[in-house]
Design a protein around this ligand. Structure first.
Ligand code: FMN
Length: 194
């Protein structure tokens, strides 16, 4: 699932999306394209979720969180009795991955740094939401310093993202083996694949 409110102006998310678009077995669901009026079709979204074995959220970091439409999606789609609570097992066991691009550099997302917390720590509400829904949470794939990346660096990040999604699709990532890592970087990814 992709959430970027101005994809035509994006440098990084657009390239990440292009890298995975059309991969067999992977649906690139562009939320802002699907719902330009921010009017989320809950039944359509539930059908999409039921029809897939893993869930990936790709988005820029906006105020240490998701763009607004992805928050709206959470509020509407993750229903009591469906996603959590009694009988709410629809998502149970599916791997979940956040793919986040940040304006801030990696050094800014450390204790004592400009943003004081790691990206994984700042994503705690999403991690706990995933936990509540029984999803198998993976450490986030973070593209730091998105505004400063040159062409080659963006291409390398896009290729890494493509490889991670292929491995996820093929069931070659074991969430338990990397559960405590701060992020899904190349080293963690190697671990995750066993
Ligand atoms: C409304 C808004 C909020 C933002 N909040 C943050 C933030 O909290 N932390 C951060 O590192 N960057 C923040 N940024 C920068 C974006 O994350 C950055 O521009 C984006 O990841 C670049 O990706 P793109 O080229 O695909 O747009 C924000 C940008 C906007 C427009």
């Amino acid at each position: 699932m992709l959430a970027h409110p101005a994809l035509h102006r994006s440098r990084v998310n657009r390239r990440l999306a292009d890298a995975v678009r059309g991969l067999p077995g992977i649906t690139l669901h562009d939320l802002y394209a699907a719902y330009p009026d921010l009017d989320v079709d809950v039944e359509r979204e539930k059908t999409l979720l039921t029809g897939h074995d893993a869930l990936v959220w790709q988005h820029p970091f906006y105020w240490y969180s998701t763009p607004a439409l992805l928050k709206e999606w959470q509020d509407l789609v993750l229903e009591f009795g469906w996603a959590y609570g009694p009988g709410g097992h629809a998502l149970r066991g599916k791997p979940f991955l956040s793919v986040v691009t940040t304006g801030g550099r990696e050094v800014a997302y450390q204790h004592g740094g400009f943003n004081r917390f790691t990206v994984r720590e700042l994503l705690a509400p999403i991690e706990q939401t995933a936990y509540l829904c029984g999803l198998a949470y993976l450490p986030p794939l973070v593209v730091h310093g998105a505004l400063r990346l040159d062409e080659d660096e963006i291409a390398a990040q896009a290729e890494f993202y493509r490889q991670v999604l292929i491995a996820l699709r093929d069931g070659r990532i074991d969430p338990a083996s990397v559960a405590d890592r701060p992020s899904l970087d190349a080293g963690t990814f190697a671990l995750a694949r066993g």
